[in-house]
Write a protein that binds this ligand. Structure first.
Ligand SMILES: *Cc1c(COP(=O)(O)O)cnc(C)c1O
Length: 415
């Protein structure tokens, strides 16, 4: 079917869609890295990135993807042998735990499986048993991109505080920053990491570690610290090269500036609301389709679902067939499953993910929903009818697009 040409839509949970404004900002000759515009622009990005994270704490920037940030963050506040408790809700939480272990930390995993968020009471029990307060840090992801679960970070902080435990709270927001509400200071987060290529709408290649005063002081004696990842100079540079311990990522900085401008112009609260409404639009379609077939969201409860990514289960091998068909016939790439089944297991072909993070709007979401429905029909995959209509109705309602009846003031109409 010759209708796939046109702009391709990469709808995976990172890298996300790069706005034209970001691409255009990056299209320029190599800038001066000693003085002038790039230097000023980099200084000015720091407070704006803190605004997006809702913190007045510190920021260290890196030329890195997310995996590098796992290491960058941990090496700054841990010493070899330190006890670390990792709350695991999918592949990304366990990945961070593996890195901590490889670095020489004494890692305990509290695993909540593939379909549930962190239970703060279970965390509290472990912290209560740690009477000598040996656990140096609690690690968790805000959104686990594999399962699409969203954890309640404020409740996790409350559990730590309720036990009067001094552990640092470190959170991976790589999938969620700029998509799901996140309040670093209000929620008592000590260390937070995010990368450029998801909610921040910039190509992969830059990473960020925000950290609190408490993390800075705990980290002062950390023996895992290495010169390159050290956050102290990066957070307090006296020249541009000190931000990145070497050559700055010149073109990424221009792209990031444009992306951050877009976020601040829209307003971070509005960015979060847009993601919430658009995620709900997908879920409305999925619910309708699920009534006549096997499709369902991996996370049952809406309040535990990410607004940036949705993991779905269908049946094997239909999920893989669906992805391949959409790529070939519709110009859309959906996300492969991660950690839902082993790669060689035929069950692997029963899951997929939709990325809905960053530079997305209503027509992209409705176009993708209509395309999935077209694929169901073309491939003969059993599904409930009316998914696209349900999505449209939800969007009209939730997006505030249905005209509200004008309330009649008492007494004005009939005397
Ligand atoms: C994408 C992601 C990572 C890994 O990032 P890379 O840039 O692929 O290394 C880590 N954690 C979470 C939650 C992610 O979404």
């Amino acid at each position: 079917m010759p209708v796939a040409n046109g702009r391709h839509y990469l709808a995976i949970p990172g890298p996300s869609v790069v706005p034209d404004a970001v691409l255009q900002a990056m299209h320029r000759p190599a800038p001066n890295i000693y003085t002038g515009e790039l230097v000023e622009m980099t200084h000015a990005l720091v407070p704006d990135l803190k605004k997006i994270a809702r913190t007045t704490g510190h920021l260290a920037m890196y030329i890195s993807n997310g995996h590098g940030l796992w290491e960058a963050s941990l090496t700054n506040f841990l010493s070899r042998g330190d006890k670390v408790l990792v709350c695991v809700t999918g592949t990304f939480g366990s990945g961070w735990a593996d890195v901590a272990e490889a670095l020489g930390a004494d890692v305990a995993r509290l695993d909540f499986g593939k379909q549930s968020p962190v239970d703060p009471d279970a965390l509290r029990e472990i912290l209560a048993a740690d009477t000598s307060k040996d656990i140096k840090a609690v690690l968790t992801v805000h959104v686990d991109t594999a399962t699409s679960v969203r954890n309640d970070i404020a409740a996790i902080r409350e559990a730590i505080d309720a036990e009067g435990h001094p552990a640092l709270l470190a959170v991976d927001c790589i999938a969620s920053l700029g998509c799901d509400r996140f309040e670093m200071d209000a929620w008592g987060v000590d260390v937070m990491i995010a990368a450029s290529q998801k909610g921040l709408m910039t190509p992969p290649g830059m990473g960020f570690v925000w950290f609190s005063d408490k993390a800075a002081s705990v980290g002062a004696s950390a023996d895992m610290r290495t010169p390159y990842w050290d956050w102290e100079t990066r957070a307090n540079p006296s020249a541009l090269y000190e931000y990145f311990d070497g050559t700055p990522p010149t073109h990424h900085l221009y792209g990031l500036r444009a992306a951050v401008d877009m976020i601040l112009e829209e307003g971070i609260e509005n960015v979060w609301t847009r993601h919430e409404i658009l995620a709900g639009t997908y879920w409305a379609a999925i619910q309708a389709w699920g009534k006549g077939g096997k499709l369902r969201c991996n996370i049952a409860e809406r309040e535990n679902r990410s607004h940036a990514v949705t993991t779905l289960s269908l049946s094997a091998p239909e999920a893989t067939q669906l992805r391949e068909w959409l790529s070939e016939h519709m110009g859309i790439t959906l996300g492969i499953p991660l950690g839902m089944a082993d790669w060689e297991d035929p069950e692997w072909h029963g899951h997929f993910r939709i990325g809905h993070m960053g530079h997305i709007n209503a027509h992209m979401v409705l176009g993708l929903i209509g395309s999935i429905e077209t694929a169901f029909i073309a491939l003969g995959i059993p599904h409930g009818t009316g998914g696209t209509a349900a999505a449209a109705a939800y969007l009209a309602e939730q997006g505030g697009m249905v005209p509200q009846a004008v309330p009649q003031e008492a007494g004005t109409c009939c005397g």
